[in-house]
Design a protein around this ligand. Structure first.
Ligand code: ADP
Ligand code: MG
Length: 698
């Protein structure tokens, strides 16, 4: 236990109880350890000096050297300000202005004295000025002044109590001085050597107060590396533990699979599907429990892979479950799988919240006796009454909708031997993220679409072209197709959005009196939602006006047009998911992104990306870069994304190295018993068991 870093920050010189309490509330900084890991989010370059003639409004913060000539207080009351003139060595002038602390500045600012001023230059009526610059008298520059000046995240409330970035920097200086002797190396000498890493103490000092560009870069690399290293070490250890401890049923027989391939397949599997099935098959015959994530873009054909996996289980006397997050999805999976199962004479059932008591009884019975081989359903499957003769395989679709606990409830339904697990997700997760989030899972990817699939044509249209878009919709419906029109409703409770939706619905009904229009949104009761969905599925309605509730998995092959209203308000991944609702049939499909003229730069990038590509992985990568990982679907609960310094979007190469390093360490010393790994062991021990991010100091 490294007690020094547990010291409460109120004991640090210059902090005190009041600021300490505020820093806890506002920044979650409780201890020395928290404070030292409050890394700067950017730096100001104070090595460059500019002359007034060189200034340019696009410059962020700059330093100018010059002499103060004249200062006066102007204006009255709230408009009062102090203005001073700074003259540089060429004789060019710049005005310095203070609106706050006028009296104080008036007193301390020395006339006819040389200063270095530091701030954001702006030009007004051809005159340069700088508001509230930082000042240093020339010749008095701090000798310790670091090369790059750290800027720390703070909040308005903290600023009101004068805890500005500069004040935090001062606290940091004080802290680093007392902390230095207590900072111990947390990586092994072998790793430090092999990856040429900066030591921990220097890294912490240089991340706050870089002594040179080289040292800053080395510090940054070291800390990012460490952060990734400990996450990967934890994940890889979990994986090894699982591998070593958990036996799995061995599924060697495949007679029905062979028969299915030979006589009942209506299409050829894509190479990607074949590869994934091979990977799964290998797991199922290895004698260890499978724990695999199957990623595949919408429409890539995950269902057939799921079915074949279930078939392998059935061939070996084991039962399997396919769990979906919603009733609609469970229905669709059931319908799809039943068509295959029927041809093979396999007993398959469905269990959802709306299954009738009478039917449930039969299902429960057949599952317990082992008569029923496959079951598709929702949460209802998790109930305790649902018991199996021999549950051998659990497949979970759209996994981010289920919590870890819910899922483990399913695994426990075989008390003798944990079932094999296949998690399917249509949310393409960039590799870097998958590695971090699912580092303890094996990952399979279907990265190829079935042949003959027509690319969805995506266009961006402005609201002013709505009439043309409506005409297009009319033409498509005349051809027998159906149309989705989606409105943003991010928070289901936002009144405004709801109004947009209902207004939209009314205007669509008015524009298309000759057709039937459905409306589905999150405020509807589940059964009403289902009822409307079913009407659309049966083509009783031609237009579906909806919110993002239709986002996940819904399959209506006859729907060939997706119109997304206020498309600028959707995230990229979400747009892609929505687009995936069309393009499921043989017909050419279209996605139309509607927006007004006013668009931010990011919105433009999102729209352009959608128009340019259908590739889910490319889109996920761009999305990650635009938004950062925190917002990506499925990642909110993970905790591992609570990174201090590393950036999943930008630091993929470091992540890869750190993962390789963690793997090397574990290969050579699985139990971390060797002397060279004791730094690592000590560090892990010093952290609370609940800490997900092992690189944290605590
Ligand atoms: P998703 O991965 O989104 O769940 P599905 O499994 O629903 O995709 O497959 C989408 C459609 O593609 C289904 O109608 C399915 O029958 C069809 N399909 C799947 N694999 C192939 C293939 N190899 N060749 C042709 N069609 C396929
Ligand atoms: Mg699917």
């Amino acid at each position: 236990m490294n007690n020094f870093f547990h010291t409460k920050i109120e004991f640090l010189k210059g902090v005190g109880p009041q600021r300490a309490e505020l820093m806890q509330k506002e920044l979650n900084i409780y201890t020395y350890g928290d404070l030292i890991q409050h890394y700067p989010f950017r730096y100001l370059d104070r090595t460059q000096f500019y002359k007034v003639a060189e200034l340019d409004e696009s410059m962020p913060y700059v330093q100018v050297r010059g002499r103060v000539r004249g200062k006066e207080v102007l204006g009255e009351g709230r408009k009062q300000r102090l203005a001073a003139t700074l003259v540089d060595e060429d004789g060019n002038e710049m005005e310095l202005v203070w609106f706050k602390g006028v009296k104080w500045m008036q007193k301390t600012l020395k006339n006819h004295t040389d200063y270095i001023v530091f701030g954001k230059p702006t030009s007004f009526n051809g005159k340069w000025n700088m508001a509230h610059p930082e000042l240093e008298e020339l010749g008095e520059e701090k000798q310790t002044a670091s090369f790059l000046q750290p800027v720390y995240h703070t909040t308005e409330k903290l600023k009101a109590f004068r805890v500005e970035s500069k004040v935090i920097a001062r606290m940091m200086e004080v802290l680093l001085k007392v902390a230095a002797p207590n900072i111990h190396e947390t990586l092994s000498p072998e790793l430090i050597d092999h990856y040429r890493l900066m030591n921990k103490r220097d890294a912490l000092i240089n991340i706050h107060f870089p002594q040179s560009v080289e040292k800053y870069n080395a510090a940054k690399f070291r800390l990012k590396f460490e952060e990734f290293f400990y996450i990967q070490l934890r994940l890889l250890r979990q994986k090894t533990v699982r591998r070593a401890d958990l036996a799995g049923q061995v599924f060697r027989q495949v007679p029905t699979v062979t028969e299915f391939y030979k006589n009942h397949m209506t299409f050829d599997l894509t190479n990607a599907q074949k590869r994934v099935i091979k990977e799964i098959h290998k797991d199922l015959t290895a004698g260890k429990q499978m724990n695999r994530l199957l990623q595949g873009d919408v429409g890539s054909g995950k269902t057939i892979v799921a079915f074949i996996t279930m078939l392998i289980a059935a061939d070996n006397g084991a039962q399997s479950v396919l769990m979906a997050p919603t009733e609609i999805l469970a229905d669709q999976h059931y319908t799809g799988l039943k068509a295959f199962a029927d041809r093979l004479g396999i007993n398959i059932g469905k269990l959802t919240g709306s299954s009738k008591t009478k039917d449930r009884k039969v299902l429960h019975e057949q599952l317990r006796s082992g008569e029923m081989k496959m079951i598709v359903g929702t949460h209802a499957l998790l109930e305790d009454v649902v018991q199996f003769q021999n549950l051998g395989l659990c497949i979970v679709d759209e996994q981010h909708r289920f919590g870890v606990e819910q899922r483990s409830k399913l695994w426990r339904k075989n008390p003798r031997i944990i079932p094999h697990v296949l998690v399917m997700t249509a949310t393409p997760i960039p590799r870097t993220l998958a590695m971090t989030l699912y580092g303890d899972l094996d990952v399979s990817v279907i990265d190829e679409m079935p042949a003959g699939r027509k690319e969805i044509v995506t266009v961006h249209r402005f609201d002013s072209h709505r009439l043309k878009v409506f005409q297009f919709v009319r033409d498509q419906i005349k051809l027998g197709r159906q149309v989705y029109i989606v409105y943003p409703l991010i928070e289901e409770s936002e009144g405004m959005d709801y109004k947009d939706l209902t207004d939209g619905y009314e205007s669509i009904r008015r524009a298309f009196p000759e057709y039937q229009v459905s409306m589905v949104h999150g405020k509807l009761k589940a059964q009403d939602k289902d009822y409307e969905m079913q009407r659309f599925v049966k083509n009783e309605t031609q237009i579906m006006v909806a919110t993002t509730v239709i986002e996940v998995g819904v399959n209506v092959p006859n729907a060939s047009v997706m119109i997304i209203e206020s498309a600028e308000r959707f995230g990229l991944s979400q747009l892609h998911q929505l687009r995936g609702r069309v393009g499921r049939g043989a017909e050419q499909s279209y996605c139309i992104l509607m927006t007004g003229y006013k668009l931010s730069k990011d919105s433009k990038t999102r729209l352009e990306t959608m128009v340019r590509t259908n590739n889910g992985f490319e889109i996920a990568d761009i999305d990650l870069k635009l938004r950062g990982p925190g917002d990506l679907m499925g990642t909110q609960q993970s905790g591992v994304l609570d990174l201090l310094i590393a950036d999943l979007a930008k630091d993929a190469p470091i992540l890869q190295e750190a993962r390789a390093a963690a793997q090397r360490v574990l290969n050579e010393d699985p139990q971390l018993e060797q002397p060279q790994n004791q730094n690592i062991v000590r560090h892990i021990k010093s952290l609370s068991v609940n800490t997900v991010n092992w690189s944290r100091i605590s």
